[in-house]
Design a protein around this ligand. Sequence first.
Ligand code: GDP
Ligand code: GDP
Length: 437
Amino acid sequence: MKPIVAIIGRPNVGKSTLFNRITRSRSALVDDMPGVTRDRHYGEAVWNDAPFLLVDTGGYLIDDEDAFAGAIRDQVMQAVAEADAVVMVLDGKGGISPYDRDLVTILRESHPKVFYVVNKIDGENQEQNLYDFYSLGIDHPYPVSGEHGYGVPDFLDDLSASFPEAAAYPEDNDEIINVAVVGRPNAGKSSIINRITGQHRLVVSDVAGTTRDSIDTMVKRDGQLYRFIDTAGIRRKGKVKEKLEKFSVLKAIKSMERCDVALILIDSSEGVTDQDVTVAGYAHAKGCGVIFVFNKWDLVPADEKNPKLFKERLDMGAKFLTFAPYTTLSALTGQRVEKLFGEIRAVYEQYNTRFSTGEVNRIIEWATERTPPPLHKGKRLKFFYTTQVATKPPTFVSFVNYPEAVHFSYRRFLLNQMREYTGLDKAPIKLLYREKS
Ligand code: GDP
Ligand code: GDP
């Protein structure tokens, strides 16, 4: 997990040139034509042994200085929100534009760590070009030349010294709870992510998987790290509704591959739909923990605000997930959003629990003695012993004489017994049967 540094600034100030110099890569295109739409680019960089990830936000800006409004502004702010540090690039040859002033004002309010870099200062003899920039009210503009390297080391010294100590990023993957936020288009996925990350940011992000614009967002609460999987993609929106629905299911499946707990968001103003049940089915198949989140609760009329009723409707379709906890909230007002962290943690703890073989055996022995399995083709089904073979989810194997003789209803009985006596009431568990003669 590396700190993320976002480069921002108006077109043609030299962002990609600087990006290339710092990452020493060719992954960002240097283009003399301003206004070329580009994707965000990520590059790895290391300075003074401190690795970090550099994001070139060039693609967000078009060559229209009045355009820093609406969607573009949102996208820039999204990149800024994900970043641990922001580098605003100014043009030491072209001077200050009104756009620069706006950006400085916005950044001052939206990010605690901004470095102002005045580019195209190609040597000491051009340092006088720097002085104008103090009028922006910035304390320490760095004179640099992306093209020739002048001033870049001094700037990088300060940038890398600003990163949190490496110890702030735990290496141990087990300590991170991986959370997928899934649901139909418009259910409120990006709203909830924005609310979670917007408030208190430790927020480190890292590039995961092979797609370069797949961004995971790290959040820390009460000493626990949570990784919200691929939250950048959540914002991506298409045009055709059916395509969007399909895409959101595919995306849900993909992010659930990597999650411990899936938050299945449901738009309460629309009620429970078939697609919600479909997504729940995939979560079940994947074996991850699930929390049903009835979002937009603020839109539910007072006389219909009965969470149990919503859950019952869901249980009719998603019979296999009746144990999954549920909560009502509003991403818009923020009501109960913070409580999600406690819920996620509770599910995760069960998802990751391990029991001793002794404990598990006692439960199964007791259950099979009290309610013996029915005879199978005249033979008695015998349980030798049971042991937990995995966590995430807790998976148990019972060694029996005839695995095929464990009927569906008896499986369900044992599963319920296990749930009751292990206390695993919120997470999925698996019971498997192997033959031992
Ligand atoms: P971006 O649109 O902000 O990504 O800007 P680019 O990196 O594409 O650079 C825009 C133009 O400025 C290009 O013609 C670069 O060659 C030029 N440029 C970039 N950095 C420097 C520099 O340090 N010194 C000088 N003299 N020109 C530069
Ligand atoms: P996504 O497609 O799942 O990422 O959904 P968005 O987060 O983009 O939300 C879709 C729409 O629902 C936006 O207009 C949001 O403002 C709105 N919305 C999201 N959460 C809530 C909520 O809790 N209450 C209300 N009233 N609106 C919400």
